[in-house]
Ligand binder design. Structure first.
Ligand SMILES: N[C@@H](CCC(=O)N[C@@H](CS)C(=O)NCC(=O)O)C(=O)O
Length: 207
């Protein structure tokens, strides 16, 4: 699918996940860095792209996509030649969506609540992720067969879920570094050329 991709980014943000995904896709894109310290993400022009004033976002032709998981899913479908999502009739598509949505709906809030040391709630059943421990256990089980979350096939779900895991490990979230399912997965992910390219560029941007 032709058409310019504009990537609104900041290297100290979840934009790094979208950046890695763009590198996996391998299509040209134009990056616009928004300086969060100057409030560029809250400027009127950008609020028209993301009303929350948050990064990342992409604009592809006339389509605006915000939400990092949606950006990963959109790019995988828009550029199927990259082979980053099972096709519509592939039974693995359900598993792919399952873990992609688990990443956004369960894993991310579970990690944020844990790292921010938010007080435990009594009625865990009303939380979409239940408990941090259950969330992490479910993911460890899914990753155990490996090498990727869909087994032999690497996908956009690995970019998104893997980024959450590596972020949580870096910031000391409990129950991750001790488990081979996570450490081996992180090692495989961080060896991907697209991951290395995106991170080298962003590290240079940070000086
Ligand atoms: N749900 C969004 C969250 C995006 C988000 O929170 N981005 C942060 C940086 S990691 C941001 O832009 N923060 C600036 C602000 O909210 O002022 C996603 O998954 O993309």
């Amino acid at each position: 699918m032709p058409g310019e991709i504009v990537f609104y980014h900041n290297p100290m943000s979840r934009g790094r996940i979208a950046h890695w995904m763009l590198e996996e896709v391998g299509q040209p894109y134009r990056t616009v860095i928004l300086d969060l310290t100057k409030g560029e993400h809250k400027a009127q022009d950008y609020l028209r792209i993301n009303a929350l004033g948050k990064v990342p976002a992409i604009v592809h032709e006339d389509t605006v996509v915000t939400e990092t998981a949606a950006i990963c899913a959109y790019l995988a479908d828009a550029f199927p030649a990259a082979g980053l999502a099972p096709s519509t009739h592939d039974p693995q598509r359900g598993t792919y969506f399952r873990w992609l949505f688990f990443g956004a709906g369960c894993l991310e809030p579970a990690i944020s609540d844990k790292l921010l040391q938010r007080p435990e709630v009594e009625r865990k059943s009303v939380l979409g992720y239940g408990s941090y421990e259950d969330t992490v256990d479910a993911l460890a089980d899914a990753l155990a067969p490996g090498p990727w979350i869909l087994g032999e096939t690497f996908s956009a779900a690995d970019v998104y879920v893997g980024s959450q895991i590596m972020y949580a490990m870096r910031f000391g979230a409990p129950g991750l570094k001790e488990r081979a399912a996570f450490t081996n997965y992180a090692e495989r992910l961080s060896a991907r050329p697209a991951y290395i390219r995106a991170n080298e560029t962003d590290d240079k941007r940070l000086g």
